[in-house]
Design a protein around this ligand. Structure first.
Ligand code: SF4
Length: 237
């Protein structure tokens, strides 16, 4: 709202971006070559990508106590990808698109757009689209959290407005959750989004835009504050 620069960058964000990149490589190979990359090839490209992200970062990196430096991040990411490669899931589906960029107008005058990138778009054996979101997190995702997740409603709106869904067609969505545990593991949750969910998301977005225009800021404190790059400005508010 005030255009403030972030105070730092979370190591989780850097790790999550590098893991997303590796998963994109995995699914692009499946799409284009019909088979995944070799494990060592994928892990090596992940290591190079992660170290490059750390090296070029200008802002201070905010590491966590359980993963206090770049080497720790590298080990954690390698563990996550090994767990994924042991159990890739969502098998038997066609890869339609990887990192699919889409946009749609959010306002009547088309001056503000919703812009998003869908991590992975699959098609099941019945021809139905399945939108997948990759996540790296320590905690589990409950079914209730998946059912209420707004990101999937945004995905459904983007796919619908860009002609991927027929009018009135629901969208199946799934989380590919790579859990940052001592023994990393992958969990998956499926959920659905209907046109009613798209409408609710649009109404919510209008309300948020309305508040931003009037410079309304209400701190919403919770688990997310620990990594927040605006925590200092928020405390001074
Ligand atoms: S409430 Fe938490 S997440 Fe929101 S701006 Fe403040 S510190 Fe950041």
């Amino acid at each position: 709202m005030q255009g403030l620069p972030p105070e730092h960058i979370s190591s989780s964000l850097i790790l999550g971006s590098a893991v997303h990149q590796a998963l994109a490589r995995y699914y692009l190979a499946l799409k284009d070559l019909g088979k995944p990359p070799e494990r060592e090839v994928l892990l090596q490209s992940f290591r190079s990508d992660l170290m490059a992200r750390i090296d070029r970062e200008q802002k201070p990196i905010h590491y966590k106590s359980d993963c206090p430096d770049g080497d720790g991040l590298l080990a954690q990411g390698t563990g996550l990808l090994n767990a994924f490669l042991e159990d890739p899931g969502f098998s038997g589906m066609e890869v339609v698109a990887v990192e699919l960029p889409l946009s749609t107008p959010l306002t009547v005058g088309n001056d503000i757009a919703l812009v998003g990138v869908i991590d992975l778009l699959l098609k099941d054996t019945l021809g139905h689209l399945v939108a997948i979101d990759h996540k790296t997190a320590k905690n589990a995702f409950t079914q209730e959290a998946a059912d209420q997740d707004l990101q999937f409603s945004a995905y459904a709106l983007l796919l619908s407005d860009n002609g991927y869904l027929k009018p009135g067609q629901p969208l199946t969505c799934g989380f590919n959750l790579l859990r940052k545990l001592k023994s990393p593991k992958v969990e998956r949750r499926l959920t659905m989004r209907t046109p009613a969910d798209q409408e609710r998301f649009s109404r919510l977005a209008q309300a948020v835009l309305f508040a931003i225009e009037r410079e309304v800021f209400l701190p919403c404190q919770g688990w997310q504050c620990g990594d927040c790059p605006y925590a200092g400005a928020c405390a001074d508010w």
